[in-house]
Design a protein around this ligand. Structure first.
Ligand code: NAD
Length: 485
């Protein structure tokens, strides 16, 4: 094992070799090349990071917000200067195409930009003369030491839904990346090192379950932001809140696309294709279910079949590739098993992406785009998050049937409607029990200045990531009533 491939933790502004007894391989999912070894850091190393963050908090919260954001301006410039290098790393460890990785980093940087507005965003409010001669003021103060626990599918972006806001508000921070894709955060922390933040303001600890459990139990950590699968989100939320911490936990999804008969065929075809097969279906905002209303079924299955069959699959660093592999061979097996399950439940497999072999990358974790038609609405495949490039088609007669189907799902991350009718669009946005809505859009990802607003089993907590919700989450309100004789 060459030492240069062993990933390190970043604690108190120092790169530290972990004393972990266990390391996992970080593997390129297209080539199966081992890119590095990630430590499963023991509890003591989480504790070191927490101590560093707690010590840093004393001065950092006293640093004027106008000074705190100067570090973020510098960070943004460093991220821009190293944009393509980070994007390549994302592609190599996560599998998405280079353009998709660039898109991810663009969204990450937007959050740094928004957090630079903290001197305005963090303001409280006041009222003179709440009683004669008495004034009242609400001020926002940082929460303390906070932590993020991230999933594999956006190795760069997701930490940015939280961390820039947290530190801009005067908190100090610990990042625990996904052990499947830890290389991107190594790169990003090399830039954080150049930013020159005071010691301990932002720390990086690699690991998996034991590392997370230590974060959940640590009494000094006051707030936790989690993004990942629903079972783990529920677990993290339950344990964090039982320990008296603030928690915002984003979970899985099963995102429906409703196609009305009056939808623009071309726009719908492009948007649903990108949503279903972009990032190999490994987005929490990936289209998973298309609900065709009325005559939409006359054209939509053929259009999707064509799109799935012609999508160029390969290694994301190569020009012209439109879709990369899924993250692991276990993911590939799980997705292929679910395709079989759909077929067993009565679906017609219009395009079968199983047993893909990509020339030059035969060992990679590739699943080609797959289309299942006439999926059983109450079967497992219609309800389960597949998290792969598989689109299930269902036919219903009316928009009311379609909305009822959307609302019967356990998740509430995103739903999209394709239509030419403003009245249908309004009805949908009014009635859908879903946190992120797209109208004639296939990936309705909220911009950095809006909350990433999952509902139901897609989110556990009150305040979401990004924008004003993030400021709310990372501050506690103090109310002062004053009388001076
Ligand atoms: P995951 O739940 O397996 O892992 C997420 C994080 O939790 C990782 O850092 C991992 O180390 C840790 N973890 C895993 N199992 C744990 C356990 N038993 N105890 C404590 N910690 C544990 O998720 P993933 O496979 O990395 O990511 C894919 C999932 O994330 C999908 O379900 C996807 O929908 C979801 N996701 C949701 C959003 C959203 O905004 N709602 C965004 C991105 C991804």
């Amino acid at each position: 094992m060459s030492t240069e491939n062993i990933l390190q933790n970043y604690i108190n502004n120092e790169w530290r070799q972990s004393s972990a007894s266990e390391y996992l391989d970080v593997t390129n999912p297209a080539t199966t090349e081992v890119l590095g070894k990630v430590p499963l850091s023991p509890s003591a190393e989480v504790d070191q990071a927490v101590q560093a963050a707690a010590e840093a908090l004393v001065e950092w919260r006293r640093t004027p917000p106008t000074n705190r954001i100067q570090y973020l301006f510098k960070f943004k410039n460093l991220l821009e200067a190293n944009f393509d290098d980070i994007a390549r790393t994302i592609t190599m460890e996560c599998g998405k195409t280079l353009d998709e990785s660039r898109g991810e980093m663009r969204r990450a940087i937007e959050n740094v930009e928004v957090a630079c507005g903290i001197p305005t965003l963090m303001q409280g409010y006041n009222l003179e003369d709440i009683a004669t001669g008495i004034d009242e003021v609400m001020i926002r103060q940082p929460v303390g030491v906070c932590a993020a626990i991230a999933p594999f599918n956006f190795p760069g972006m997701i930490v940015f839904w939280f961390m820039p806001y947290a530190i801009a508000c005067g908190n100090t921070y610990i990042v625990k990346p996904s052990e499947k894709v830890p290389l991107t955060m190594q790169k990003i922390f090399q830039l954080i090192e150049q930013v020159g933040l005071p010691k301990g303001v932002i720390n990086l600890v690699n690991g998996s379950k034991e590392t997370v459990d230590t974060i959940l139990e640590h009494p000094t950590i006051k707030a936790i932001s989690f993004v990942g699968s629903t079972p783990v989100a529920k677990y993290v939320y339950g344990r964090a809140t039982a320990n008296g911490k603030r928690a915002q936990c984003q979970g899985g999804a099963k995102n429906p696309m409703i196609v009305l008969p009056d939808a623009d065929d071309e726009l719908t075809r492009i948007a649903v294709t990108e949503s279903a097969f972009g990032c190999a279906g490994q987005r929490c905002l990936a289209a998973s279910l298309a609900v065709m209303v009325g005559e939409a079924k006359d054209w939509f299955p053929d259009a999707m079949t064509e799109a799935a069959t012609t999508r160029v699959v390969g290694y994301g660093l190569e020009a012209g590739v439109e879709m990369g592999p899924v993250i692991t061979s276990q993911s590939k097996d799980r997705i292929e098993g679910l395709i079989q399950k759909g077929s067993d439940e009565g679906a017609k497999v219009l395009v079968d992406g199983r047993n893909a072999s990509i020339s030059g990358y035969e060992a990679g974790n590739f699943v080609r785009p797959t289309i299942l038609n006439d999926v059983n609405p109450s079967g497992e495949i219609a309800q389960t998050e597949i998290f792969g490039p598989v689109l299930s088609l269902i036919h219903v007669n009316t928009i009311d049937d379609a909305i009822a189907m959307v609302n019967s799902g356990r998740y509430g991350n995103m739903a999209c409607l394709f239509t030419g009718s403003g009245a249908a669009a309004r009805k949908f946005r009014y009635e859908a029990e879903i946190g992120n809505i797209g109208i004639n859009l296939g990936v309705a990802a909220p911009m950095a200045f809006f909350p990433f607003s999952g509902w139901k089993e897609s989110f556990f907590g009150d305040m979401h990531g990004q924008g004003r919700d993030a400021v709310e989450f990372f501050t506690q309100k103090k109310v002062v009533a004053e009388r001076w004789a």
